[in-house]
Design a protein around this ligand. Structure first.
Ligand code: DOR
Ligand code: ZN
Length: 391
């Protein structure tokens, strides 16, 4: 049979790994993956120094709409995603009006129609009685165990109640793990929210997950001990590019202020192990704030990351010896499975959406090339290997 379209090149599937193949596409769905030539009036051959990945999925972004459109909106945030090779984003609920009701979720769904990528929305947990009603519209729930931008937070007792109800909905929950009881008065952000606060909160979340049987994910694990704790409980977890690339010795100043904070070089190195094994989800925690806000006397926490997602994956392949199959797991497959959303494989029945990375050449990251409305990147001036290929 003839296909609408055939893509021919070096494909990366998280299950079957790397192979040269012909991908036959009809109606936007992959119908066949074959080592032999497939027929189509529209055949695209992609060069051999390129990898064709399942389209990247970022399970943790803050696109800021409605309420903080001066930082980002669904159009600019989605353009930043496409710039980084990300085709699906899962958007967080910490807005000036926290997204904890079906009305607010519906409003976000409508606003996100202008996005150029698929946007799915987390429900925050406010009124416990609304959790069940939010299940239909939400991709999952977000529980903050400490305050960050937006000030959302659940105490332990309410978190347990919430998890029981969430478990009954069958939807997953992402935990922001920092324990405020272990925060200090230090002037230095990294010491004010120390590693112990993360580890303590992860251990408590793991306990809650075990007790309530909720499907739990630990957001942005930043410490060696935190990683050990998620592994001990065999929990899905996210790791961010900034916690892998930067550390408190190499990157200082308000642009790098983030929750959880940048940690030691040894912590960054330890996190790479989860990446290499394909255990985690690579999540940007894209948290745009304007340069003026970041340089103010009271800088907010968070940094953008969507524009540079694909470049960062190339760095993982080249500089950290991450295998292509492990990269496919952390950039799409694990998130697709954990959140029950489309994508994550180049195989029959999966959507024909791809991210293509070229391993030749290099890319210098510049603030001026970013699509995020905030207009800057923590990687400004960094040279990454390879290029993102746009067909
Ligand atoms: O640094 C952070 N910024 N951590 C968070 O948890 C929230 C985020 C934001 O929304 O700015
Ligand atoms: Zn976040």
């Amino acid at each position: 049979m003839d296909y609408d379209r055939v893509i021919h090149g070096r494909i990366v599937d998280p299950v079957t790994s790397v192979q040269e193949a012909y991908v036959g596409i009809n109606g936007g769905i992959i119908r066949k993956v074959s080592g032999k030539e497939l027929r189509s009036p529209d055949i695209t051959t992609i060069l051999q120094d390129h990898y064709i990945f399942p389209a990247f999925i970022d399970p943790h972004v803050h696109l800021r709409e409605p309420g903080w459109e001066h930082k980002e909106d669904f159009l600019t945030g989605s353009e930043a995603a496409l710039n980084g090779g990300v085709h699906t984003v899962l958007d967080m609920p910490n807005l000036p009006e926290p997204v904890t009701t079906p009305e607010r979720l519906l409003r976000k769904v409508a606003l996100a129609r202008k996005a150029k990528v698929d946007v799915r929305h987390f429900a925050g947990v406010g009124n416990i009685d609304l959790i069940r009603e939010n299940a239909r519209l939400a991709v999952g729930y977000k529980i903050y165990t400490a305050k960050s931008t937006g000030g959302m937070m659940l105490d332990r007792e309410n978190a347990e109640k919430a998890c029981r109800i969430i478990a009954a909905t069958g939807k997953p929950v992402t935990f922001h793990c920092e324990d405020e009881a272990l925060f200090t008065q230090s002037e230095f952000h990294g010491d004010a929210r120390p590693p112990e606060s993360e580890v303590s909160a992860i251990v408590k979340a793991a306990d809650l997950i075990r007790k309530t049987h909720v499907n739990g994910n630990i957001a942005h694990v930043s410490t060696k001990e935190g990683l050990a704790a998620v592994r001990e409980s065999n929990l899905m977890h996210e790791i961010t590019p900034h916690h892998l690339y930067f550390n408190r010795e190499s990157a200082a100043g308000p642009l790098f202020k983030v929750n959880p904070p940048l940690r030691s070089r040894a912590d960054s190195a330890a996190l790479v192990d989860s990446v290499r094994r394909g255990e985690c989800m690579l999540a940007t925690d894209h948290a745009p704030h304007t340069m003026a806000e970041k340089l103010s006397s009271d800088p907010p926490s968070g940094m953008p990351g969507l524009d540079t997602y694909g470049n960062f994956v190339l760095w993982l392949l080249r500089a950290k010896y991450v295998s292509p199959a492990a990269a496919a797991k952390i950039t799409s497959y694990n998130a697709a499975r954990f959140f029950s959303i489309a994508g994550g494989r180049i195989a029959e029945g999966f959507p024909a959406k791809f991210t293509i990375l070229g391993t030749e050449g290099e890319t210098v990251i510049r603030n001026g090339d970013m699509k995020t409305k905030c207009g800057w990147t923590p990687f400004d001036g960094v040279t990454f290997p390879g290029k993102i290929i746009r067909l």
